[in-house]
Design a protein around this ligand. Structure first.
Ligand code: GRF
Length: 206
């Protein structure tokens, strides 16, 4: 059985997919130890409380500096003794010392097929706006290990989603969530929980 910490910032639909995945057996051998948010108003925290999961929120504005916030966030994460940290709609920058504390034990969901439409500034709806602006016919989502770059760690799973001519960014975002994110994030956690993921030369083998 592995313990996971899920870090969120917004609505928590990926968190909900993980909670539901554990309940329906899609995700095995896994316990959600806690949910952390940098946003005290995140609806994801409500989802955690409804599922009777420990929910912790820390706002950077509560601390004298970003360094103090980062230190408190890392101390909290380390206090939980988790096997895996899952960034599920988490918009806080993960500092290098946090990555060093969890080598190849932090995974993130990005709403595009990395290396397209990713990197600094590419998050949330902005990703889908750029996809539509470029006119690509296929997009999707990626689950990857987190390293010290932005969306640059080894890729674990990807799932493609069709872009339709009349898509708006909001409609496309929902299709990518429903058809890709909520499928590959639970699957990646289950693979990790059952020791099915190997990283060799920065490439993931399953
Ligand atoms: C999702 O599109 C996810 O890919 C991105 O943040 C968005 C919000 O996710 N990282 P959620 O509803 O808070 O899980």
């Amino acid at each position: 059985m592995i313990d996971i910490l899920i870090m969120v910032s917004g609505g928590g639909t990926n968190l909900q997919a993980i909670i539901d995945g554990i309940d329906n057996g899609t995700i095995t051998n896994t316990r959600i130890r806690a949910v952390f948010s940098n946003n005290k108003k995140a609806y994801a925290l409500e989802r955690a409380r409804n599922a009777e999961i420990e929910a912790k929120a820390m706002s950077p504005s509560d601390f004298p500096s970003r360094e103090d916030f980062n230190k408190a966030m890392l101390e909290y994460a380390e206090s939980l003794n988790v096997d895996l940290v899952v960034l599920a709609g988490c918009l806080v920058v993960i500092p290098p010392e946090f990555v060093d504390a969890f080598p190849n034990r932090i995974i993130n969901i990005h709403p595009s097929l990395i290396p397209s439409f990713c990197g600094t500034g590419f998050y949330g709806l902005k990703v889908h706006e750029e996809v539509l602006k470029r006119g690509v016919k296929v997009t999707g989502a990626t689950v990857h290990f987190v390293d010290k770059g932005t969306d640059t760690g080894p890729i674990i799973l990807q799932k493609a989603v069709e872009v339709l001519d009349d898509d708006t960014p909001e409609v496309l975002q929902h299709r990518v969530m429903e058809q890709a994110e909520w499928v590959i994030m639970p699957r990646a956690i289950d693979l990790f929980a059952n020791d099915r993921i190997r990283v060799e030369n920065d490439r993931v083998k399953i």
